[in-house]
Design a protein around this ligand. Sequence first.
Ligand SMILES: NC(=O)c1ccc[n+]([C@@H]2O[C@H](COP(=O)([O-])OP(=O)(O)OC[C@H]3O[C@@H](n4cnc5c(N)ncnc54)[C@H](O)[C@@H]3O)[C@@H](O)[C@H]2O)c1
Length: 268
Amino acid sequence: MGWLDGKVALITGGGSGIGRGTVGAFVNEGARVAVLEFSPAKAAGLRSELGAAVHVVEGDATLLADNERAVEETVGAFGKLDALITFPGIFDGQIPLLNMPGDKLSDAFDELFAVNVKSDVLSAKAALPHLLESGGNIIFTVSNAGFYPDGGGCLYTASKFAVRGLVTQLAYELAPKVRVNGVSPGGTRTEIRGVRSFGLDEPIYARMPPDVRLGQSNPLQLEGKPEDHAWAYVYLASNERARLVTGTILPTDGGLGVRGMRKPGGLL
Ligand SMILES: NC(=O)c1ccc[n+]([C@@H]2O[C@H](COP(=O)([O-])OP(=O)(O)OC[C@H]3O[C@@H](n4cnc5c(N)ncnc54)[C@H](O)[C@@H]3O)[C@@H](O)[C@H]2O)c1
């Protein structure tokens, strides 16, 4: 028996990376899954890899109309909506503010906040009527950058603190009917791209040497894979197992909150 048997989830940005890992885990755990995905190539990949197990909607999560269409198609295909999980995100290249080009800064801010924050608000707005009906839940994707410095530049970090704000405010507004939580992954090799306004169009990790150890700064000394994070989403989406949990953010970051001053972990 799967942890999400009989549940219906809409996953935005599920075409690659942590979202793709979560789509796979939800399907394995018995959920019926719809995905709102911006990239036609990734949408086609989902269709060919998962077939009828997923309903794929091509569209842009920064537009309310596309979110509404995705919700309508989800309910049309599967009859209801139990969970909304959001993944769209782009990176600022970790450029210090001192070095960010002033003439591009305003555009870069708008571009990054549209994908990282506005899309979450619009996806939630579109899904709400059906989540209220089903007594469902929302899970937003935060980041270690939503808690600590140096996980991004100031644009990315501020955007992820904003997503924490969405978790806190919406968990209050929607209680007791809809639970709202977040997952906070640590560094994970995915296809996340940088802001176009800074000319960082390409996937960030593709430019990182393969011998860089992403896990070296966390106490567990582990680099996460999309599948590792996916279990946190499965747990939080399960109304049976997480029925007392709302307004919280589950870190899947190797223990960054207990990182030591002299060395990351006591036994190192
Ligand atoms: N990779 C990391 O190290 C890391 C760490 C912490 C948090 N995160 C967060 O995890 C989330 C997923 O990122 P990822 O690293 O898996 O990146 P990714 O680029 O591999 O996945 C993001 C997916 O969202 C899609 N997408 C982007 N904009 C969209 C839009 N407007 N509408 C619909 N779909 C859109 C992309 O096409 C892609 O399929 C992001 O919110 C990111 O900030 C990533």
